[in-house]
Unconditional design. Structure first.
Length: 459
């Protein structure tokens, strides 16, 4: 591991991992009496969550997103509808616009697939959000793994797994040009006695590539961060290559510190091979917490959550693009080693590695991918002990998965945060500046990042 000792001594970073829907990950829990995620259409719920997170000095609210339904091509979505499995869902970027006006420090991260928005439109929307939030926006770059998402955007099938990452690289090229190169720093004058902008400082980008043609100029003037802080999720070999090149933070899908340690060290190696620094990427894992004032109480609560868990919801979610060539699901007894997926290879690998002593099957994928992994159960002190282990594996941050909204975050902030702060595992207050400044100390992407080459490139 090439991580510096300094990086190890820092507090962990904390994001709330949520989705603008009723049933994101912990399927079935919306039926609990104390759950309010079924009110997700009500912006007041989200304002309450965001303000709670800010009270606990969380770094960001991180919104997942999908633009299709889970399941085989042309399949029915009875379970999705019954379980509220990411259906209905709302656009996360619109929600962030509202939350930006009710928070001051909290980072606002959202997922957007390269499939769903043309890069010109996307770049403008992100710049607008970065202006509204005064520099607190992050983008989680994804390439989509649902066949139905492809059909919603005019394609017959998803592009091949690795070629989607190639298209993503071109997509990034376009948005980097718009964010970093189209406007010079001093082009916006707002001179009431003269010109609003200096035309000589506003440039066309004239991008012509395999997938996109964009003339420009960018229609928004430079926002505080220009390029939003960049997350990437997906850690197949091609995903690591992509993250090592572009990500400022990677959301790692692994279920044990050992698995995650390998992904982190591989991705750092890619970063270095690309001329970046080993510490240029922050690594986040997803964990859920079941908090009790005693271990018994936490275990009792865990049993209660398990009683509400929807097996059907987990199985429908775990499909994750794992389907046969004709789009139908594999039979549950199919050995994982006999299947390939054009969808989410990180989760497939993570489940395969977590079964010992027998061959893992598609059924294990259903049971393990969403339900059993990533839970930390105990008293605040026991939780802090486990977080020490994750930090020791090289993890920089945690995406905190919820069971109930807003209760999972209220409980965390009220009971776990003070213990973590006492142990130096969570920050007590926010650093000044934009999200990137808070996380890395730098206002813009650093000079080793591939976006930096477009600064001044179109003058
Ligand atoms: C932890 C994690 C979270 C993800 N969140 C999303 C998401 O919210 N929306 C989405 O479309 N894809 C999401 N993905 C999918 C990835 O962006 C990627 O498309 C997929 O994992 C395939 O890439 P891979 O095989 O390199 O993992 C996520 C993947 C992981 C591992």
């Amino acid at each position: 591991m090439t991580s510096s000792p300094h990086a190890q001594a820092r507090p962990l970073r904390f994001n709330a991992f949520v989705m603008n829907t009723a049933s994101h990950i912990q399927h079935g829990q919306w039926r609990r009496p104390d759950a309010r995620q079924h009110e997700f259409n009500d912006v007041d719920l989200w304002i309450e969550v965001a303000q709670t997170l800010e009270r606990g000095a969380f770094d960001a609210l991180f919104l997942a997103d999908v633009v299709g339904v889970y399941g085989p091509v042309g399949g029915n979505y009875t379970v999705n509808a019954r379980e509220g499995l990411q259906l209905p869902n709302n656009d996360p970027s619109v929600l962030l616009g509202a939350l930006a006006t009710h928070t001051t420090h909290l980072g606002l991260a959202f997922t957007s697939s390269i499939l769903q928005a043309h890069p010109f439109e996307f770049a403008r929307r992100v710049s607008t959000l970065d202006h509204i939030s005064r520099g607190r926006v992050a983008w989680n770059i994804v390439t989509s793994f649902q066949e139905s998402a492809a059909r919603n955007f005019g394609l017959d099938r998803l592009g091949d797994h690795d070629s989607r990452y190639d298209q993503a690289a071109e997509y990034l090229d376009v948005v980097y040009k718009l964010w970093e190169g189209s406007w010079d720093d001093d082009a916006l004058l707002r001179d009431k006695a003269g010109a609003f902008s200096d035309v000589d400082g506003i440039h066309r980008i004239n991008h012509e590539g395999e997938h996109y043609r964009v003339e420009g100029p960018h229609l928004s003037s430079p926002s505080p961060q220009r390029t939003p802080f960049l997350f990437q999720a997906g850690s197949s070999p091609k995903g690591r290559q992509f993250a090592g090149t572009h990500a400022e933070a990677q959301f790692v899908g692994g279920s044990t510190p050992e698995q995650v340690r390998t992904i982190i060290s591989d991705t750092r190696d890619v970063a270095v091979a690309q001329g970046r620094g080993p510490d240029d990427i922050l690594f986040y894992v997803a964990l859920s917490f079941i908090i009790g004032s005693t271990e018994e109480e936490a275990k009792r609560l865990e049993r209660e959550y398990d009683e509400y868990a929807s097996e059907e919801g987990f199985l429908a979610h775990a499909n994750l693009g794992v389907a046969q060539d004709d789009g139908t699901p594999y039979p549950p007894d199919t050995l994982l080693r006999d299947i390939t997926t054009n969808g989410n290879r990180s989760t497939l690998a993570s489940v395969t590695h977590s079964i010992e002593g027998r061959e893992p099957t598609v059924r294990d994928l259903g049971e393990l991918s969403a339900k059993r992994h990533i839970r930390v159960v105990g008293t605040p002190d026991q939780i802090a002990d486990q977080l020490h282990d994750w930090r020791a594996a090289g993890v920089d941050g945690v995406n905190v998965v919820n069971w109930v909204l807003p209760g999972s975050y209220t409980d965390f902030v009220d009971h776990v945060t003070p213990v973590l702060q006492d142990r130096g595992l969570q920050q007590r207050e926010y650093a000044p500046g934009s999200l990137r400044e808070k996380l890395t100390g730098s206002a813009l992407t650093n000079e080793r990042h591939p976006s930096a080459k477009y600064r001044g490139a179109f003058r």
